[in-house]
Design a protein around this ligand. Structure first.
Ligand SMILES: [Zn+2]
Ligand SMILES: [Zn+2]
Length: 367
């Protein structure tokens, strides 16, 4: 018994000495530097989920909230990786930071596609332009969009001209490669506005076909969604839209529909609460936004009509459903509109992996 007690005491003393030693070592600059280097090395190892992969259509949600602030969500942003191709649909504020934290390879982005020109979809264009450039992109970044995207690209290039010149000088980079180059595809005629049935194939290469199609975000016009078809698998991104027959047509039989949703119940209650608190201007804005968005149930009805396999909500509002109570309000009616296996609420960092040659939609979390 006495021998055992002595052993325990010796082990405890050793542990205390070790802890004191480790604490002292952590205060030595050389040890701090070594630990820092180990952290950098681990941080630089890009996780496979952040890389495109042959034979996979992968979707990464890099922003899932509507304009009001959220602690855990950036504004609209969706990465689509099809085989070796990488595209980003919308660059809402905060989304580049999200991707940076997951060590996303910005230099691999082949193009950014905009659904429309509301600030919550374009706010981080300057960051996407710069991050890919300093990480190794050697040509301007293509910016796809309906008519009007030329003016936007020119404006962003003007805004960041000084930034490009500074960094080009400091780091021996080609300033021209820092720019955005507009790739307009029309879908903005007045006749098309009335008919609301236009679409255009804007990319067709290596088994990847990308189709832009009109959605209904009036009075905001033009506004489009995108469909990606890759070797038998497909994803559709709604952009911002009210009920749209063209979206249902474009989303026909898609594996995955990433769709916006604005809770009408939450919107009315929110607007009323704002008005009662004396925030009348903001209350009026919130009261009006329902006119050009869909409710979650309407999004589910569109998914049903198009026979989509999985509906994933993004651009959720008016307040992002970041806690149990808000999720209950946001999801009201969905259980009756669509089977539970057919819809889910997206979150920043959600990865949806659709392997070619299967019906599988695997879900994972980034990071
Ligand atoms: Zn919008
Ligand atoms: Zn929006």
């Amino acid at each position: 018994m006495k021998v055992r007690f002595k052993r325990v005491r010796t082990v405890l003393i050793l542990l205390v000495v070790l802890a004191i030693g480790a604490f002292a070592a952590l205060r030595v600059p050389a040890v701090q530097d070594w630990l820092f280097v180990q952290g950098v090395k681990r941080g630089m190892a890009v996780h496979a989920d952040m890389m495109p992969a042959e034979g996979h259509l992968k979707v990464l949600l890099c922003g899932t909230s509507a304009p009001p602030p959220s602690m855990v969500r950036a504004k609209a942003c969706t990465v689509v990786m099809a085989g070796t191709h990488v595209f980003v649909v919308d660059t809402g504020p905060g989304s580049a930071n999200r991707l940076g934290l997951w060590r996303f390879p910005f230099e691999r982005i082949e193009g950014v596609m905009l659904t429309h020109f509301h600030s919550d979809h374009i706010g981080d264009l300057g960051e996407f332009r710069m991050q890919g450039w300093v990480a190794g992109r050697t040509a301007p970044l293509p910016l796809y969009g309906p008519t009007g995207v030329e003016e936007l690209a020119a404006g962003v290039n003007r805004t960041y001209a000084a930034d490009a010149a500074y960094r080009a000088g400091e780091h021996e980079l080609d300033a021209a490669a820092a720019e955005l180059v507009a790739v307009p595809f029309g879908l903005a005629d007045e006749a098309q506005r009335v008919k609301h049935d236009a679409s255009a194939i804007i990319y067709d290469k290596d088994g990847l076909r990308i189709t832009a199609f009109q959605v209904m975000h009036e009075p905001v016009y033009p506004a489009v969604g995108y469909r990606f078809d890759y070797k038998g698998r497909s994803v559709v991104i709604s952009g911002d839209t009210a009920v749209s027959s063209n979206l249902v047509r474009a989303a026909k039989d898609a594996d995955l529909l990433v769709h916006e949703g604005q809770s009408e119940a939450m919107r009315q209650t929110f607007a009323q609460a704002l008005a009662e608190a004396g925030r009348t201007k903001l209350a009026r804005v919130i009261g009006q936004v329902g006119n050009y968005h869909v409710t979650p149930v309407q999004a589910a009805e569109a998914a049903n009509a198009a026979k989509v396999k999985l509906l994933v909500f993004n651009h959720m509002g008016p307040i992002a459903p970041d806690n149990w109570l808000l999720r209950q309000i946001f999801a009201r009616g969905l259980a009756d509109a669509r089977p539970a296996s057919g819809w889910t609420l997206g979150y920043d960092g959600m990865i949806l992996d659709l392997p070619v040659g299967s019906k599988e939609i695997a879900r994972r979390q980034a990071g």
